[in-house]
Design a protein around this ligand. Structure first.
Ligand SMILES: [Zn+2]
Length: 230
């Protein structure tokens, strides 16, 4: 499902029930999944979560179905929910081959379709990642960064304007899986510098530089994360 479709569904859910409770529950479960407090593949018990988070089972179910659409949890008939299993090395490598085919081209297309407003939004999105609120702890900073990075990359795909590319990548839930793979303190800082190289190409209106900056970013990201499998 595309990000846009998912957002539309959230909007409908929001009109039925106050979002604040579900949002809070969603954040709580998301954080546990990203920090591996709920281990990949582990069963998720609705009654236990309801007790721990001090809410009824209804918002837990709503939050879990949102996380299911995002690929972070799985639902099996008669068994219930479990955390999505960790990627295998093959899944990881396949995905990076795919990203290298698609995202540099998307960055090139983004330069061609860039507007001053779109560039400003990308600048703001990148700045949010670098200068967010002080992190509560390392894991919280990590899961926040994962979301911000997903939004930054999706914003580039949006500007690129190819809906097939955008929805296909969105359905892979790349960032959520990657950032569960490992906790590496330097990943965030290095990625920020690579994002800055991308922004420089966007500012300069240079399609080939944007292509190269995205290719470098994804190759370096792959190399940083490969150590998770060693
Ligand atoms: Zn990135």
């Amino acid at each position: 499902m595309s990000v846009a479709f998912a957002a539309e569904r959230e909007g409908k859910a929001a009109s039925i029930r106050p979002t604040s409770v579900v949002d809070g529950v969603y954040d709580g479960i998301y954080h546990r999944l990203m920090s591996l407090e709920i281990a990949p593949g582990a069963r998720i018990r609705i009654d236990v979560l309801a007790r721990e988070l001090g809410v009824s089972q209804t918002p837990i179910r709503e939050a879990l179905s949102r996380l299911e659409r995002e690929g972070l949890v799985l639902k099996e008939h008669l068994i219930g929910y479990s955390a999505a299993p960790q990627w295998t090395r093959k899944q990881f490598e396949d995905l990076y081959v795919f990203r290298l085919l698609i995202e540099p081209e998307a960055a090139r297309l983004a330069v061609i379709n860039m507007t001053p407003e779109a560039l400003q939004q990308l600048e703001d999105s990148a700045a949010d990642m670098g200068h967010g609120e002080p992190p509560v702890d390392r894991n919280t900073r990590y899961s926040r960064f994962a979301r911000a990075d997903a939004q930054f990359h999706d914003a580039i795909l949006k500007v690129a304007g190819n809906d097939v590319i955008r929805s296909t990548l969105s359905n892979q839930h790349v960032h959520l899986h990657i950032f569960r793979l490992m906790f590496h303190t330097r990943v965030t800082q290095e990625a920020l510098e690579e994002h800055e190289n991308l922004l420089a190409a966007f500012r300069a209106g240079d399609p080939q530089a944007a292509f190269g900056a995205m290719r470098d970013h994804i190759e370096r990201s792959r190399d940083r994360l490969l150590s998770a499998f060693e």
